[in-house]
Each structure stands twice: as structure tokens, then as C-alpha cells.
Design a protein around this ligand. Structure first.
Ligand code: ATP
Ligand code: MG
Length: 325
């Protein structure tokens, strides 16, 4: 794999509520190389979206703040840029697509105009040139008859076509990294497969790096090069996809894998992880997974387990399972 594009170190996002403050992203570190697809997985509420948004300093609430860490992108620290400077990087360095494209597309502006506007803002080309480039991008993301479809509106597009339009808008300024936050969850399986195929094509053609947020380890298995597993605002395991899926070194990862549909035999009900994920602001001490973990020992309750190296590039924050795999 080629050189590191994004290096996130000790990222911290703090929420303030009713006068108290707590971390919802706690000391998160990971990196993404050019052309790499990183899968960010974890149960609902584990902090995947907040982590992704913090990379562009687009936190989803006024009570949230980036309170620590570095976001090194191509050698510059996005955590330290001025508001004005980071605005220029959105779209140009990092593009983002969301789970529900309908709520991120403007209903009263044609699809072509929305993509063209993104191009014009960042590239300073004429309207005519921006429109031509927008049509070309819509073609590249697989929208049929793009000259005509560009004049259409979001409500005239199917879910899959809307997601393609979102991808075109996110790519308008030729970013090096695309953050895709559950881009296919709302789509049926066939369309989901087409969108994932498209993302991989874009990676191959443009050398695009991708952070793919998903609940679905099947998607990770098909699409990603590496995985970062989040639990309670922390990364508990990270490594090459094959290594993590084949020989997980954290009990939470092992449980997630056991809960995937392809492990269900003969249509039996899937096992789910007993207990509830922890709630932001009320995190248990030590390893945040310990109340749900069969392997937990006193050490796990007492202090946060450090990420231990299990193999080259494979880290896991479990002192117990570390001896097993
Ligand atoms: N503005 C806010 N104030 C306080 N807590 C917040 C705020 N926004 C998000 N959170 C909390 O931060 C945690 C992480 O949220 P986030 O949306 O990143 O989870 P997620 O992993 O993306 O979940 P999902 O899979 O459901 O999308 C959650 O516990 C959430 O309740
Ligand atoms: Mg989310």
C-alpha cells in the first residue's frame, strides 16, 4: 500500500450537557493510505459519525467540540486550521456522503446545478464549463443519459440514483479522501452492491482513499482493505481486514462477527450481543465493553486496556484475548 494520506492521532471530541462534560470520541487514532478503503464499524452510538465529521470539523451539535488530537492530512494538521481554511478543505481534500442522500440534496435545485455549483465554488470555472464537468461526473458515477438527468430534481431520482448524485457532488472537487457514512443502508441489496462497486471503481480509477462507515461486516469483507472497530467512543481493534475477520483479538469484534447473518445456520435467529452498548456520559470504568464481556477479569474493570500489537498493523485493546489468538 502507498503512503499515508490521513493520520488521526489521539482524537478527542467532548460534549457539554447540563453543565457537565464528557468525551464521545476518546483518544481515537487510525490512519488511511492513498487508495485504501478503511471500514469503520461498531454498534449504534459508538461514535462513528462524530469521528468522521470531526475530521472535517463539522460536528453535529453546537455543544460538541474537538478538544484534542491531530488530524494530519497530507502533512497538515486539520485540527489547527482556521475556520476559513478548513472550509476550503471540505470537498477539496475530503468529500463526504451520507446515509440518506435525500436530506442532503436540495429539492428545488436540479441535480446538475448542485454538482455544478460545487465545482464552480472550488474551481472558479465558468457556469458553462462547470455544467459540462457536472454532466461528465454524473456519467462517471453511472447515471444513464446524464445530459437529460442533470436537469432533473432529487425527487425524480430513485434511492440508488440519488446516492450516485451525492457521490458525484462529493467528488466534484476531486478530493483525495471520501468519507461514506453508511452510504448504502437505506438501499436494497442489489443497489447496495452497485454503489459499493462504484466506490471501488472510483478508488481504482482515481486512487481515492475511502472511509466506509457500516454496521455490516459482510460489506467490510467485500469492500475494505482494513478495519477499525469502535466501541463506546474508542477504537478497540484495528488491522488488515483479513486478519481482523479471521482472527479477531478483541471479544467485541469476535461477538460482532458471530452476529453476522452469514453465521446464521438454517435460518435460525441470529445471536445478538447480550446487554446494551454504553451511553455517552455514563461510560463504565476500565474497558468499556467489560460489563458485556465473558472474558472480563479485574484488570479490565480497573483501567483502560492499551491497544496491544498482535501482528504487523493489527492492534487490539484486550489484555485477556491477547494471549489467545
Ligand atoms: N450533540 C450531542 N450531544 C451529546 N451527545 C451526542 C451529540 N451528538 C451525538 N452524541 C452522542 O455521541 C455518541 C456517538 O454518536 P454517533 O452519531 O457518532 O454514533 P454512530 O456510531 O454514528 O451511531 P449510528 O450507527 O447509529 O449512526 C452517541 O452516544 C450520541 O448519543
Ligand atoms: Mg452514525
Amino acid at each position: 500500500m502507498s503512503s499515508t494520506l490521513l493520520d488521526v492521532r489521539n482524537l478527542r471530541v467532548t460534549a457539554t450537557r447540563h453543565g457537565s462534560s464528557f468525551d464521545i470520541v476518546d483518544d481515537v487514532s487510525f490512519s488511511v493510505a492513498q487508495g485504501e478503503v478503511l471500514g469503520l464499524v461498531g454498534e449504534s452510538g459508538s461514535g462513528k459519525s462524530v469521528t468522521c465529521r470531526s475530521l472535517m470539523r463539522l460536528l453535529p451539535g453546537a455543544n460538541l467540540a474537538l478538544t484534542g488530537g491531530e488530524i494530519l492530512f497530507d502533512g497538515r494538521d486539520f485540527a489547527k486550521l482556521s475556520d476559513r481554511a478548513i472550509r476550503a478543505e471540505r470537498g477539496a481534500s475530503i468529500g463526504m456522503i451520507f446515509q440518506n442522500p435525500a436530506s442532503h440534496l436540495d429539492p428545488v435545485m436540479s441535480i446538475g446545478d448542485q454538482v455544478a455549483e460545487a465545482i464552480r465554488t472550488h474551481r472558479g470555472v465558468s457556469s458553462r464549463e462547470a455544467w459540462a464537468q457536472a454532466v461528465d461526473l454524473l456519467r462517471q458515477v453511472g447515471i444513464p443519459d446524464p445530459e437529460r438527468r442533470a436537469r432533473g430534481y432529487a425527487h425524480e431520482f430513485s434511492g440508488g440514483m440519488r446516492q450516485r448524485a451525492m457521490i458525484a457532488a462529493a467528488l466534484a472537487c476531486d478530493p483525495k479522501l471520501l468519507i461514506a457514512d453508511e452510504p448504502t443502508t437505506a438501499l436494497d441489496v442489489t443497489v447496495q452492491a452497485q454503489i459499493l462497486r462504484l466506490l471501488l471503481d472510483l478508488r481504482d480509477r482515481r486512487g481515492l482513499a475511502i472511509i466506509l462507515v457500516t454496521h455490516d461486516l459482510g460489506v467490510v469483507a467485500q469492500t475494505c482493505d482494513s478495519i477499525a472497530v469502535m466501541y463506546g467512543g474508542r477504537i478497540v481493534e484495528t488491522g488488515p481486514k483479513r486478519a481482523v475477520l479471521k482472527a479477531p483479538c478483541h471479544p467485541y469484534t469476535a461477538r460482532l462477527i458471530a452476529c453476522q447473518p452469514n453465521h446464521a445456520v438454517g435460518g435460525r435467529l441470529l445471536p445478538s450481543i447480550p446487554g446494551q452498548p454504553p451511553v455517552a456520559g455514563q461510560m463504565p470504568p476500565g474497558c468499556r465493553f467489560h460489563p458485556r464481556c465473558d472474558l472480563a477479569v479485574d484488570e479490565c474493570r480497573a483501567a483502560r486496556p492499551p491497544l496491544l500489537q498482535r501482528a504487523p498493523d493489527h492492534l487490539a485493546a484486550c489484555p485477556v484475548m491477547a494471549g489467545v489468538a
